[in-house]
Ligand binder design. Sequence first.
Ligand SMILES: NC(=O)NC(NC(N)=O)C(=O)[O-]
Ligand SMILES: [Zn+2]
Ligand SMILES: [Zn+2]
Length: 518
Amino acid sequence: MVGPEIQHVTQTGKVNKCLSFGPFSRGWCLSTRPLTFLKCRSRVRVFCTHSFSIKTDMELGSIVSAVRSKRVLLGDEVRPAVIVIKDGKIHQILSDSDFSGDVAGEVLDVGDRLVMPGIVDCHVHVNEPGRTSWEGFWTATRAAAAGGVTTIVDMPLNSIPPTTTLGNFHEKLQEATGKCFVDTAFWGGVIPGNQLELRPMIQAGVAGFKCFLIHSGVEEFPHVNDWDLHRTMKQLQGTGSVLLFHAERDVQQTTEENGDPCQYSTFLQSRPDDMEIEAIRTVTELCLQYQVRCHIVHLSSAKPLKLIQEARQAGAPLTVETTHHYLSLCAENIPAGATQFKCCPPIRGSVNQEQLWSALKAGQIDMVVSDHSPCTPDLKKLDNGDFTEAWGGISSLQFGLPLFWSSASKRGFKLSDVVRLLSQKTAQLSSLDNQKGSLAPGYDADLVIWDPEREFEIKEASIYHKNKVLTPYLGVTLQGVVCVTIVRGLLVYREGSFCPEPLGKHLLIPIQPNCGAQ
Ligand SMILES: NC(=O)NC(NC(N)=O)C(=O)[O-]
Ligand SMILES: [Zn+2]
Ligand SMILES: [Zn+2]
């Protein structure tokens, strides 16, 4: 069984500087990556930008053959450069004086906006098929593009069916086809009894697998026990794949269970740090025993960091992420009834948050993701504000970059840290680091072009998630405005507008696990 349906495009007409298509014709061109059908126009125009907005009549969806900026982030250095793009890949990175301007398509001059690799968000619940009213590929990938996220990796749950069998994976691929505005990869799921599906799903192109050690929130994705985990580890040994853990376990409840359900503290007390500590103890033991890549998703408590560090020092191939909401929101500031802040594990206090920032700075936490987990408004129980009944999940996919930079820029983090934590490490986890997350020749031409200094307020009209009002960030002012997003050399997003339709019928990525990363 092959991965996503890959159709090879035969070249029907040479695309070059003079050739131009009618306004709505579809020019097909050979892509070095047969995964994408590209609608392309080819004219060469250089645009200057002298004000906030990027003045260009370059068509959204156009092929961009070069991007010129006074500020390109190359490694640790920001300097003027021209990124030359060919067939969706970065071809050359030149100084202005070395760039001749002789390219097949259009040249986009973005003035002094910062150019860096697009964000790779490897923890996104798209929930399609089956719960498309909660999000869906069309809305999720537009929200991603508006946030400079050029690759998402979709979680195996909340979709119906969940991605727990080869057949379900192919059904998901079919559903995603023709709806993605950014590159989309997929996690498979581990549930009790599906261990024999894992290797076929690896062959079909999943990035790795996710499992829960506690109730997942949806009945069709049950959590696993130790016996399932040992069987799973045996299946994954030697494959180069990775197992992601929702690391909370049930522990003996010591706190009063019948507090006011509308008080955030009641919910917080129901999910104590010990639940993460005990779950992570299990993960470290399995990881050391089987030497299979393991990853702890959405670490909320700083308390298990010592366990994680000791396991890594003992040779466990173990990584850990935290999320934008644990780094930017605190329990003390969550009002009664504000269930849009509910997620599992919970947002904890400000002291814990400072410890997460310190761990991130010290390299004890590897990456930062959104854990975008939306639902329909009714499930958030905003009417009665009952935290115990409300859906656990936070919507933030569009805002990860400014959310992180708003705090990180004031904590001594550099722009190169943003690329490492939000793009390179997340690409590495997903076995995409050979094509995503770097500005270097041969990498996909995935670019986010943004103003790190500019502030903006999050308004409902500029939110592209399906259920806009559910994000806890509505009304918040952040630092860092995304101006343009380019995915494999195609102009996908520019200042509030999107290319008219998804870029390609098969903008999906079959994954070959990083065997070397074992
Ligand atoms: N079923 C979910 O989407 N769960 C998610 N919900 C959160 N994080 O609150 C998750 O990542 O565990
Ligand atoms: Zn989770
Ligand atoms: Zn999640």
